[in-house]
Design a protein around this ligand. Structure first.
Ligand SMILES: [Zn+2]
Length: 221
C-alpha cells in the first residue's frame, strides 16, 4: 500500500493515560487548514480502512495456518434504509457487523459526519472494530455480542492500527490521538447504546482495551 491517510500519534499510550485522567472532556482535534492529508476524501478513507483491515487479518490468519474469510459485503446506507440482520432492522447512526450473511454495514451520513467533525481517525476506529467482530465470528464457535466481545473488538482495532502503522500501510503523525480515543465513545453498534457501559464497557475499559491491542498486538486480545 502506498496510501498513508491516517494521522496518528505514536504516543497514543501516553496520551491515553492523560485523557483518561481528565475524563475525556477535551474537544476533538481538528485537521489544520491546508493539511495535505485533507486531500483524502471520506470515500478514500472508508475504502482504505476496509481494504487495510482485511489485508491485516488475512496476514494474521495466514500466520496461524488459517484462511481468513473476507466479508461478503460492505454496505453503506442512509438513515433507516439499511440492511436487516437476522430480522433486526438497521438503525440510523450506526455501524455493525452481521454474522448472518457475514457483512458489515454503516450509516454513511452518520460516519461522514463523524469524519468531518472529528477527523479521519473515527473511520479508522469504527471500521476495524467491526472487522474485529467479523474475526470473532470466525474464531469463536458461537458469536455473541457482550462486553467481553466489544472490548476484544476494541483491542483488535488497536492491534490492527498498530500493525498497519508498523507495516508502513498507514502513517503515524501527531494530532489524531484525540480522534481515535473520542471515536471509541462516539461510534455506534448494532444492538445497544455505544455509551452504555453494561453493553460495551466503560470508556476507560474501552480505551484500555484499544491501547492494549495497539501496544501488544492481536495475541494480547
Ligand atoms: Zn462492537
Amino acid at each position: 500500500m502506498t496510501r498513508a491517510p491516517l494521522r496518528f500519534v505514536l504516543a497514543l499510550l501516553v496520551l491515553a493515560a492523560s485523557v483518561l485522567s481528565c475524563g475525556l472532556t477535551r474537544p476533538p482535534s481538528m485537521n489544520p487548514p491546508g493539511d495535505a492529508q485533507q486531500d483524502d476524501t471520506f470515500e478514500d478513507d472508508v475504502v482504505s480502512a476496509r481494504t487495510l483491515s482485511e489485508q491485516f487479518w488475512k496476514q494474521q490468519f495466514a500466520r496461524l495456518g488459517r484462511t481468513y474469510r473476507p466479508i461478503t459485503e460492505f454496505i453503506p446506507y442512509s438513515g433507516s434504509a439499511g440492511p436487516s440482520c437476522g430480522g433486526q432492522p438497521a438503525v440510523p447512526n450506526n455501524a455493525f457487523y452481521c454474522p448472518v450473511g457475514h457483512f458489515i454495514a454503516f450509516d454513511r451520513d452518520w460516519m461522514e459526519g463523524l469524519w468531518s467533525d472529528m477527523g479521519d481517525g473515527s473511520v479508522y476506529v469504527i471500521i476495524p472494530h467491526e472487522f474485529g467482530h467479523a474475526v470473532q465470528a470466525q474464531l469463536r464457535s458461537t458469536f455473541q455480542l457482550n462486553v467481553q466481545a466489544e472490548l476484544q473488538a476494541d483491542c483488535y482495532a488497536g492491534a490492527t492500527l498498530s500493525g498497519l502503522v508498523s507495516g508502513g500501510a498507514l502513517r503515524a503523525e501527531p494530532g489524531d490521538e484525540d480522534e481515535l480515543l473520542l471515536s471509541l465513545e462516539a461510534a455506534g453498534d448494532p444492538t445497544d447504546d455505544w455509551l452504555d457501559p453494561a453493553a460495551h464497557g466503560t470508556a476507560e475499559q474501552r480505551q484500555s482495551a484499544f491501547a492494549e491491542g495497539y501496544r501488544s498486538g492481536v495475541g494480547a486480545c
